[in-house]
Design a binder for this molecule. Structure first.
Ligand code: SF4
Length: 287
């Protein structure tokens, strides 16, 4: 694998510079948790990516998984060994069978993990497997997909996302330069693609990470542009949050809670969309 286009000087050298953030490791299994999450309650995570590394079409500066060690060519070649969906069926059935009692069962089952879940070539089949097992063992659990939106122009991917109960689409910036600076796409991807793909979904929730420092996206001009794009994406609601885990870029800092609430207020005033703030982090939170 070639290294991604991130200068060595920007690599995060350790975790002491972010004492308020929790470290986070790659998922070593296809099913993890349940873990208490900020946004999804007690959630069982589904990881469709390899356990050896992060696999994503973006390389967000705040990523809790660190910098990508692959580049665009790796993704285009399809040279990634994705775990078999039959293994997911076995793992998830065993995990759900082991969770007995209403307090043990998950409130949600969420596609997340070591990167962009929709990259798995059998993502639609994975959704059907999770639906079947959810219905059998945890019928009250909501199935969610966390996506960065880069694959939503694929009708097959959108159809599979629409088979989930909830779709959470990332949007951190409303200007092309800011999006490139914050999300560092490894594939051709524009804000217009994000808007078009999102609008074709059954419905969705926008999720946004706000950070201070370099490159920050919480300044008034960045927020104003972000609000305009969020409105065009047409979500049913918006969730915003800030750093809670050690970020890839050491130049980043968390946004103060009062600034997050100010951003949420501006978003609600401008768009009429309910905008929730997640500014605290329980001890065992994972997503
Ligand atoms: S989309 Fe998620 S997994 Fe991918 S780089 Fe960004 S934060 Fe990391």
């Amino acid at each position: 694998m070639k290294a991604a286009a991130v200068p060595e000087s920007a690599l995060f050298p350790g975790r002491s510079a972010h004492p308020a953030c929790q470290p986070w490791d790659l998922c070593s299994t296809m099913v993890y948790g349940p873990v208490r999450t900020r946004r999804l309650g007690r959630s069982l995570g589904i990881n469709l990516l390899p356990s050896s590394d992060k696999w994503c079409t973006l390389n967000c500066v705040y990523c809790q998984l660190g910098w990508s060690r692959h580049d665009r060519a790796d993704l285009d070649r399809g040279g990634v060994r994705f775990p078999p969906i039959d293994d997911l069926r076995t793992e998830l059935a065993a995990r759900l069978r082991g969770l007995t009692g209403k307090d043990a069962l998950p409130e949600s089952i969420t596609f997340s993990g070591n990167g962009e879940p929709t990259l798995h070539p059998e993502f639609p089949r994975a959704v059907e497997v999770v639906r079947m097992l959810r219905d059998a063992y945890a019928p009250k659990a909501s199935i969610g997909i966390l996506t960065n939106g880069t694959t939503l122009l694929s009708p097959e991917t959108r159809a599979a996302c629409d088979r989930c109960d909830e779709r959470y689409v990332k949007c951190d910036a409303g200007e092309p330069r800011k999006m490139k600076a914050v999300n560092l796409p490894l594939v051709p991807f524009t804000i217009a693609h994000l808007i078009e793909g999102s609008r074709l979904l059954r419905d969705h929730v926008v999720q946004a990470m706000f950070v201070s420092g370099r490159p920050g996206n919480a300044d008034p001009s960045s927020v104003a542009a972000w609000i305009r794009v969020v409105e065009r994406m047409g979500p049913k609601r918006v969730q915003i949050y800030t750093l809670a885990r050690v970020p890839a870029a050491r130049t980043l800092e968390a946004v103060p809670a009062d600034r997050l609430h100010e951003i949420a207020r501006r978003c609600e005033e401008a768009t009429g969309l309910p905008t929730e703030v997640y500014d605290t982090l329980p001890a065992a939170v994972r997503q």
